[in-house]
Design a protein around this ligand. Sequence first.
Ligand SMILES: [Ca+2]
Length: 150
Amino acid sequence: MTYLRKTLTAAMIIATSALTSAISVNAAEPTATMTLSVTNIDPDQGQIMVALFDSQAAYQSETPTRDSVVKVDSPSVTIDFHDLPLGDYAFKLFHDDNGNGELDTDFMGIPSESYYFSNDASDPFSAPEWAEAKFILRSGKTRHVVDLSD
Ligand SMILES: [Ca+2]
């Protein structure tokens, strides 16, 4: 009885330490770099403002995991997000062409500056749902081309 218990305990310690080392090997989780190439920015002034979301809850509560503001001085800009954990994301951006930090709208509430949701998602009456805009970020490098000419 005593011998069996000691043997079992030793086996459990070995199993536990094997598990611990397996976890520490995985500690450096794979990440990804996401590049946004924003093209056909017109007029080539102001700034591009991007918000990146990593969950539906974050998307709906407008709580970006990353954001970026890039000055526009040519019709195209490139924005990189490094070291992103893999998973589902959605982003939205707009061209703040008058540089006031806001998406301007007309008297009907319709945006008067260019904007874009990931997947080119759109909804005629409001912002598109997470399900429409989300994409899966895999390891390595991902590039999204955002054509603002539309
Ligand atoms: Ca603006």
